[in-house]
Design a protein around this ligand. Structure first.
Ligand code: 6GU
Length: 225
């Protein structure tokens, strides 16, 4: 998989992708992530990329030319499955959507900033608009990082234990059950007996019940869908 992220604050994303699982996923050749500075595609010598909104109002708007130039350059090099715009008015990100995106080959992610991008960018280039939740961030960069992380950890081979992504919370609309490790007794606070019984079927059953209980208590909405 290849992910190209378009941003006017590339530094914000560089360090995020240079660490931990995301670093290993790139070094292992499972994914290639390229960060592009929209400013590099500015069409004027002052390298400006935004301007005042037509009709007035507070806030600058990202212009179409630099973004179009960057997207067109990328599209001339390879085919993209989706050109995603991260925006609070997009479709709410859910595990189902992440699973689908993890099956794609090449993705472009455009990060919004200021008061957003010129609507014509959305009309002409964007194939999918995604929000990561009902709150407003100061830019789409964190959202692109969240989305990329959720996708990349699903790519076959990225996680050490391949089954572990399947037992994540949300994969079956259930929250994950509690987990324990040594010591078995911490100052009188004990690990449930069943987990040390060695009885696999009973342990599975216990975990499933705990998942259901947790979901009922914390996220009953997940059980409705
Ligand atoms: Cl994708 N962008 C911004 N700026 N704020 C958000 C968001 C995205 N998703 C939730 N809030």
């Amino acid at each position: 998989m290849r992910i190209d992220i378009l941003t006017c604050v590339p530094n914000l994303l560089d360090s995020f992708f240079a660490h931990s699982i995301l670093k290993r996923a790139q070094q292992g050749g499972f994914v290639e992530v390229k960060i592009h500075d929209i400013r590099d595609y500015s069409t004027n010598k002052h390298r400006t990329i935004d301007d005042y909104a037509f009709g007035g109002g507070a806030g600058m708007v990202l212009q179409i030319e630099p973004i179009a130039k960057c997207i067109r350059t990328l599209q001339s090099e390879r085919n993209y499955d989706e050109v995603i715009y991260l925006t609070p008015d997009g479709e709410l990100m859910q595990q189902r959507m992440v699973n689908q995106l993890s099956l794609k080959g090449n993705l472009i992610m455009l990060c919004g900033h200021y008061k957003g991008v010129d609507q014509r960018v959305r009309d002409l280039f964007i194939t999918k608009e995604i929000s990561i939740g009902d709150y407003v961030l100061s830019g789409g960069e964190l959202a692109a990082a969240v989305l990329s992380d959720a996708i990349i950890r699903l790519l076959p081979g990225v996680l050490n234990d391949e089954t572990s992504a399947l037992t994540d919370s949300f994969q079956d609309n259930l929250l994950a059950p509690p987990v324990y490790t040594r010591p078995a007794d911490y100052e009188g606070s004990k690990v449930p007996e069943i987990l040390m019984s060695g009885h696999e079927a009973k342990i599975e059953e216990w975990r499933y019940e705990q998942s259901l209980k947790r979901t009922r208590e914390r996220r009953p909405d997940l059980l409705q869908s």
